[in-house]
Write a protein that binds this ligand. Structure first.
Ligand code: TQI
Ligand code: ZN
Ligand code: ZN
Length: 169
């Protein structure tokens, strides 16, 4: 079953459109940015929320950055595998991904596969759930279930994810 963070934080109801921006120093390719666009759209399809990309990282509601090791929020990344990414509950909007992961982007021409490959879109859909206020779920099929098998792609919201987010928004 879905869960919420303590105190059930959520984005304010008068704020239907949330902006997101990428840390300029990451210089992400359009392919990578498109992965996040697809991940946001999965949540906007089942809520009245909209997500729009902004060029202004400092003022965006949701700020997406790839970083390695200690990166300024007291929750350092740990190199390959282990912690892959983290996102904070509303209204923080901080979404960090471990730059040391072997990120795999569907639709890129890379044929790279390995034991340590992590599907970027699967992690993005999960972390956006946290950014919107969902905690972990006990339903194994759900996006918000706290573990995923290596090399697995899980990007479709389960009924449990949809019920949870529709209670919140
Ligand atoms: N990062 C954890 C996560 O996002 C961070 C975390 C641990 C956390 N406990 C939490 C976040 C409690 C909010 C509330 O769950 S992770 C997965 C999954 C991670 C794990 O790097 O371990 C995904 C990130 F579910 F596959 F295991 C994304 Cl999809
Ligand atoms: Zn961080
Ligand atoms: Zn999680």
């Amino acid at each position: 079953h879905y869960s919420f963070f303590p105190g059930r934080p959520r984005w304010p109801s008068n704020k239907r459109t949330l902006s997101y921006a990428f840390a300029p120093e990451n210089q992400l390719t359009d392919n990578v940015k498109a992965v996040f666009g697809r991940a946001f759209s999965r949540w906007s399809m089942v809520t009245q929320l909209n997500f729009t990309q902004s060029e202004f990282y400092r003022t965006a509601d949701i700020r997406i950055a790839f970083a390695s090791g200690e990166h300024g929020d007291g929750e350092p990344f740990d190199g390959r595998l282990g912690t892959l990414a983290h996102a904070f509950s509303p209204p923080s909007g901080l979404f960090h991904l471990d730059n040391d992961e072997n990120w795999v982007v569907e639709g890129s021409s890379s044929l790279l596969t390995s034991m340590s490959a992590v599907d970027l879109e699967s992690v993005a859909v999960h972390e956006i759930g946290h950014l919107l206020g969902l905690g972990h779920s006990s339903v194994e099929e759900s996006i918000m279930f706290p573990t995923i098998s290596s090399g697995t792609r899980k990007v479709e919201l389960a009924n449990d994810d949809i019920e949870g987010i529709q209670i919140l928004y």
